[in-house]
Design a protein around this ligand. Structure first.
Ligand code: SF4
Length: 241
């Protein structure tokens, strides 16, 4: 299934430990853009854009990762979000993965017809270490959401989320190391332990990327960005239930 990216707004504020080396801040700095200014992008209506044949550029059955250079529930986007929900409602056959760390904002930002959640929406919560997992996941699991996923990215330490997986309310877990020059280490043993937790609870697990500094058997490997997905795949830790 084709996966697309959609950033209806751009810009964010550093929020927790995982944000320390946020790539969006690094890229914006090179282009002399102030990342703390959240602005609507020219792609805010991407799922409704059509090609020359009058067909949607993003086809039915495809997925869209949404808000990779911001946070779907960031405060500054409150004034635009209703229009975005409206776009999501119009593309019922496209699946939207909405990324956030700001779990405490979800309830006040869901639309009036949300009920138990939209069938075509997965909310993907980031939890990069045990502290953020224990703070965010209990809130996340208590919000009515049809499809939930968790991304441990960048994975900063060994974490145990078994008790949250046991609830059967999380459909999928992703994990990645950190990329680029200031990257913190991601350890194979941490990823393996998380993969095991998912396997024991029959939750799909995808090790998406090793990050730039990957430790295995006590050795530190420096992985170029364009190889980090391939290396993660070779680690053979995915659990595709
Ligand atoms: S929440 Fe995401 S986009 Fe925002 S600063 Fe943190 S890592 Fe960057």
């Amino acid at each position: 299934m084709k996966k697309n990216m959609w950033n209806p707004w751009h810009g964010c504020h550093k929020y927790s430990e995982g944000c320390l080396n946020c790539y969006m801040f690094a890229f914006d700095k090179e282009r002399k853009i102030d990342s703390n200014k959240v602005h609507l992008t020219k792609d805010y209506n991407l799922p409704l854009k059509k090609d020359r044949k009058g067909e949607y550029q993003i086809k039915d059955g495809e997925q869209i990762s949404t808000c990779l250079t911001s946070d779907f529930f960031i405060e500054e986007a409150d004034k635009w979000r209703e229009e975005i929900w409206n776009i999501i409602r119009q593309r019922k056959n496209v699946h939207f993965n909405l990324f956030t760390k700001r779990v405490d904002r979800i309830t006040s930002c869901i639309p009036s017809d949300w009920d138990r959640g939209y069938e075509n929406v997965t909310i993907v919560l980031t939890a990069e270490n045990q502290r953020t997992a224990d703070e965010r996941l209990p809130i996340f699991l208590n919000i009515p959401i049809k499809h939930r996923a968790v991304t441990v990215s960048p994975m900063l330490e060994m974490i145990d989320i078994s008790k949250y997986l046991k609830t059967k309310k999380i459909e999928e877990v992703y994990c990645s190391g950190e990329n680029y020059s200031n990257a913190r280490i991601c350890d194979y043993e941490w990823v393996k332990a998380l993969s095991e937790q998912c396997k024991q609870n029959n939750v799909r697990f995808v090790f998406f990327s090793t990050g730039s500094k990957f430790k295995k058997d006590g050795k530190l490997f420096y992985i170029p960005y364009n190889k980090s997905k391939e290396q993660a795949h070779k680690a053979n830790l995915d659990y595709l239930n």
